[in-house]
Design a protein. Structure first.
Length: 613
């Protein structure tokens, strides 16, 4: 036998009270009276032997102690030992990732709906069932492990709240499998908005709480960088995505404020499941806060509707420029970025290769090294040979002039604000692009500008000569393209970008007091965190700043969480058989309570009818 509330068994000490009263009761006293007639008649009616009178006293004490002991056992809630007659085990799993904060028309979140459905099922379980409670977001957490205390499970269930973290089902499945292996016949009750796929070998039942109809758009990508050729100018990259379960086209408004003033206002129309990418020009001073809010009628999830970040204090990019024959227009473009404070130049000839100092990006012009460097991104301008991922066939003549070029991917970051209008170039080679490259400019039928990523290394390749092109020197297209290419190649380098955008659940390596401009799904507000050990698990959305002046941002920015599934798109599972209930007399608590009432009635009967005292 086991007890669900063993902490209440200490109340058994109450039995000492009637025992002490019995042992230290008052003895009979002799009192003189005027006559004994009344007492003699009374003694004749209740005449009994001494041993019977003593037996009644012992019986009264035993009944009193039995009442106390039965009451204490009932409060401890005893249950039978689990074994061959066990009614089984249940693992209750609740998804608390960001999408579970989606609200219905009544303002109820999906977690609240999951709690309601699971609470009803748990209340119908017999006390002998072993219960485990697991919740998960990016990580799985076991709140209750193999316990028969149903009240404790219900209490912990009511404390589950959604968190702005991207969910991962693989971690939860691993934990659930290990718990299910501990007891044969374990059932898994999963409540969420997305059914698990990897459930082979599990007695799995899914309780869907997804909305039958919804509308949601959210910010799924965000970054701020400095403009290549201008001071105090920045570019904000924003990606907005609509949920696939939306009923139709959604019109959303993106409101951008800088230092509390409205800076941009964009209106977007998004089909279900589609995305739109915006690059917004921003003018401001380093450290000023940028806030972006996305508004759409009927939006059900607020955590993905806003981001906040300070304008970054980025250091200049360190560029290693190695050229066989430097092009004067390339040098002019580099010089303009040096004067704007955007880059620091390490210029050298092929004889100085390899360089001792490691830059942020390599720029090779009309030359490629004998061994391809893989430790930094590369921009190859007008290469004359093939090596590594760059495959080119140089033209033998002075080049092939083209009156115009065609932009194949105008939305690519390398071509931001670069207009190909009136752009005449001279092609110097034929690029052989693999599947990792994307053509950006086409001259005739051949690509002359391409960008891609090979084994995690970003590359930009050109096949034209700026000096031999007629109008290229007169237009800002080439300097802008080169500056965009430098920033795109180093986009993943947080030290160069100056702004660290993280997600909730990541570790923030800062110490002391951290001040937040927090987005709670409805509005921005001020909040603080303390990281005495130098590490803090991020649980907030918004912009943060430390006393030392370090700044950063936290954003949900998750396509998975923004793409909230609807109830019609979620697969259902076959309901599991109901767990066998307990027999009529297997509930020990009820048996003890009925026994307690029986003893009380017996003692009352004996006291009033049989003069037991």
């Amino acid at each position: 036998m086991q007890f669900l509330n063993p902490q209440l068994l200490h109340l058994a000490w109450l039995a000492l009270i009637p025992l002490a009263l019995y042992l230290f009761r008052k003895k009979a006293r002799r009192v003189p009276v005027s006559t004994l007639l009344f007492f003699r008649s009374l003694s004749r009616e209740h005449q009994e032997s001494a041993w019977l009178r003593q037996l009644k006293k012992w019986l009264s004490l035993l009944l009193t102690l039995l009442v106390i002991w039965l009451g204490v056992l009932a409060l401890g809630r005893p249950v039978g030992n689990a074994g061959n007659e066990s009614t089984g085990a249940v693992i209750v799993v609740v998804d608390r990732s960001a999408s579970m904060a989606a609200k219905d028309a009544a303002g109820k979140t999906r977690v609240e709906e999951a709690r309601r459905l699971l609470r009803d099922r748990l209340n119908r379980l017999p006390d002998q069932v072993v219960i485990s409670l697991v919740t998960y977001d990016a990580k799985a957490q076991v709140l209750l492990s193999r316990n028969r205390n149903r009240r404790e499970c219900l209490r912990l269930l009511d404390e589950i709240r959604p968190v702005p973290v991207e969910g991962r089902t693989d971690a939860a499945v691993t934990v659930v499998r290990r718990l299910a292996e501990l007891e044969k016949g374990t059932q898994v009750w999963h409540a969420g908005d997305t059914v698990w796929v990897d459930t082979a070998g599990l007695a799995y039942e899914f309780t869907g709480v997804a909305l039958p109809s919804l509308t949601n758009v959210g910010i799924t990508g965000f970054q701020i960088r400095q403009a290549p050729l201008a001071r105090d100018r920045y570019e904000g990259f924003v990606k907005v995505t609509a949920a696939s379960a939306n009923a139709g086209k959604v019109t959303a408004t993106l409101e951008v404020t800088l230092a509390g003033r409205l800076a941009q206002l964009r209106e977007l129309e998004l089909e279900p499941g589609k995305s739109s990418t915006l690059i917004l020009p921003l003018e401001g001073v380093r450290g000023q806060r940028v806030e972006m809010r996305l508004k759409a009628a009927g939006d059900c999830l607020g955590w993905d509707d806003a981001v906040a970040a300070p304008l970054p204090n980025a250091r200049p990019l360190v560029v290693a420029w190695v050229a066989e024959k430097p092009d004067p227009f390339t040098e002019l473009a580099m010089t303009s970025m040096i004067e704007a404070g955007r880059i620091e130049m390490l210029k050298g000839s092929p004889a100085a290769w390899p360089m001792k100092d490691k830059p942020d990006v390599y720029v090779f012009e009309q030359w490629l090294p004998p061994e391809w460097p893989t430790d930094r991104p590369v921009i190859a301008l007008n290469p004359l040979k093939s090596i590594g991922p760059v495959q080119v066939k140089p033209l033998q003549s002075a080049g092939l002039p083209h009156d115009s070029v065609r932009s194949v991917a105008p939305d690519h970051p390398v071509l931001f604000r670069v207009s190909p209008t009136r752009l005449a170039i001279t092609q110097t080679g034929v690029l052989d692009l693999g599947s990792s490259f994307e053509p950006l400019w086409m001259a005739g039928a051949e690509p002359v500008l391409a960008a891609g990523e090979v084994n995690g290394q970003r590359l930009v390749v050109t096949a034209f000569s700026p000096a031999k092109s007629e109008q290229l020197a007169l237009l800002p297209a080439f300097p802008l393209m080169l500056g965009n290419a430098l920033y795109w190649c180093t986009e993943g380098d947080e030290s160069a970008a100056g702004l660290k955008v993280q997600r909730p659940g990541d570790l923030l390596e800062e110490a002391g007091l951290i001040q937040w401009t927090e987005w709670d799904g409805t509005q921005f507000s001020d909040a603080t965190d303390t990281a005495p050990s130098g590490l803090l698990a991020i649980q907030r959305l918004g912009a943060w700043q430390t006393a030392e002046g370090h700044t950063g941002a936290s954003a949900l920015a998750s396509v998975q969480e923004t793409d909230i599934p609807g109830s019609t798109s979620v697969a259902s599972t076959t309901p599991l058989p109901k767990l066998s209930g307990a027999s009529r007399f297997s509930d020990w608590s009820q048996m003890l309570i009925w026994s307690l009432l029986g003893v009380l009635l017996l003692e009352s009967f004996l006291f009033h009818r049989k003069a037991v005292f």
